[in-house]
Design a protein around this ligand. Sequence first.
Ligand code: SF4
Ligand code: SF4
Length: 234
Amino acid sequence: MPVTVCTDLLQAGGYWRGFGYFEELALRMDAVGATTIDEFVLRAYGDAGSTDLAAARLHNTDQYVERLAADPRYHAESHRKGPRKIGRLLKFFDCVTCNKCIPVCPNDANFSVRMPSTPQVPVTKARQIVNFADFCNDCGNCDVFCLEDGGPYILKPRLFVSRERWLRDAPRDAVLIEPDAISGRFDGQVVRVVTGEACGDDPRALALCSLRDALLDPGEANYVSEFLRCEAAG
Ligand code: SF4
Ligand code: SF4
């Protein structure tokens, strides 16, 4: 299994884990008295004195690979177990709500909103997972950690605040939230509910209304609510 910085940044914590890298780098640079990266490259493995940067890089890589190969943590046997799955397909609303998809997203695209259950849109979980599609680059990492199948970034409500990007995203299912309406594309069909008008009895329109209410609940602050607030403020 190749282990790279990207592998690590796709664990829970995402780019925040980068702080640890810089702290460790600073400690190691201090330890060898290096004040620049080039100095560190030359001195990292006790080769102070050499000025051949290219040779030092190759030499350091050899040392690094040797250390990794000797560490059982990086051996294939330590990574035979696949991620745990419960054999159920994700739906638009409700899931195990383990919340793993939130911290493992390197782009912070997944979040949850409080959504009360109603007779029209009954849900079993107090909070629903949603995906801010503008931040998502389809890397698939949340699917790896999700206990259910299908991928949160595909099957959970994918939210756009830009009509242009929502249209460009077709034919995928996605929700567009604008100040005057909420629109959902479901299997290629568009359902639109105008703000202030009745939701009707189409289950898709009712789901959109519940979603809009949850996202714009005055007690919630999320990408969508803040974007719309900024738009309203000009
Ligand atoms: S697929 Fe999207 S939501 Fe999932 S981890 Fe990657 S960027 Fe985040
Ligand atoms: S979508 Fe998957 S990872 Fe996210 S909370 Fe639900 S079950 Fe957990």
